[in-house]
Design a protein around this ligand. Structure first.
Ligand code: HXC
Length: 257
């Protein structure tokens, strides 16, 4: 995959997307978001990849959408660009996405992070939605996802002051899974990615879909979705292998079928 603003690499069954505009703290321009989503979709279709990891560098995961790119735009131009159609594609990725975050995760950077399924943060991470300071507001889910995760009071404070919170505070509000020293955040995220990559992929994807459905549907409907997934997995080879391995007291060898 040849990209301008991201670097991609593969380690075992983990596809790694590294945001790569360090000179502007990985500010997300439209092309960069398109590249991230293209890489996600290509790997979602690639059987050799089981988990996707998104990272930046120690100083910045991403300091938000590219302000220079939008500063002089009109409403009509912003509307016609329809950038959120690209963002919406992230929620359709069926493989787990892990964010390895350090430094600034602001605005669109925080929104990209919240679009991931699990987040490992370094102690130096600063997370916030500073759009209000620019006279605008979040547009890629900041008022929606942040509020669902941290609750009304903290979300209101973060969104209306625009001030970032520390990694420790983010952990307290369950906005990140784990906080580790800066030397370890990538390694820790890879460890988690590899652990999940060893699980049976059809079950992993079904569990992700069921959980995502549960977040956005009434309980009865989500329970129906879960039950259908449960039954469906009994037609997978991995179910036979997983249960046989347990009974035979050996390690399972999952084929992903
Ligand atoms: C464009 C950016 C940028 C951004 C940083 N830079 N953030 N360029 N868009 N979002 C550039 C700076 O202009 C500067 O370029 C270089 O990166 C280094 O930044 P500094 O400000 O010099 O670094 P520092 O003093 O360490 O301050 C870091 C910072 C600050 C606190 C993160 O850069 C900052 O406040 N950035 C903007 C954060 C923000 O408002 N994000 C929300 C954007 S709106 P030069 O050329 O001067 O060296 C948004 C809406 C999302 O995200 C909508 C959905 C997609």
């Amino acid at each position: 995959m040849g990209f301008e603003f991201i670097q991609t690499s593969v380690d075992g069954a983990v596809g790694i997307i590294r945001l790569n505009r360090p000179e502007v703290l990985n500010a997300l321009n439209l092309k960069m978001v398109e590249e991230i989503v293209t890489a996600l979709e290509e790997w979602d279709q690639d059987k050799a990849i089981r988990v996707i990891l998104i990272t930046g560098n120690d100083k910045a995961f991403a300091a938000g959408a590219d302000i220079d790119e939008m500063a002089n735009e009109s409403t009509v131009a912003m509307y016609q660009k329809d950038q959120f159609r690209t963002w919406d594609r992230i929620a359709k990725i069926s493989k787990p996405i892990i964010a390895a975050v350090s430094g600034f995760a602001l605005g669109g950077g925080c929104e990209l992070m919240m679009n991931c399924d699990m987040i490992i943060a370094s102690e130096t991470t600063k997370i916030g939605q500073p759009e209000v300071k620019l006279g605008v507001m979040p547009g890629a889910g900041g008022t929606v996802r942040l509020t669902k995760i941290v609750g009304k009071l903290k979300a209101m404070e973060m969104l209306l002051t625009g001030e970032p919170i520390t990694a420790e505070e983010a952990l307290q509000y369950q906005l990140v899974n784990k906080v580790v020293p800066v030397e370890l955040y990538f390694e820790e995220a890879m460890k988690l990615a590899k652990q999940i990559a060893n699980q049976p992929p059809v079950a992993v994807s079904m569990i992700k879909r069921s959980l995502m459905t549960a977040l956005d549907s009434p309980t009865e409907q989500a329970l129906k979705y879960e039950r259908n997934g449960f039954y469906l997995l009994f037609s997978s080879e991995d179910q036979t292998e997983g249960m046989s391995a347990f009974i035979e007291k050996r390690k399972p060898n999952f084929s992903g079928k």
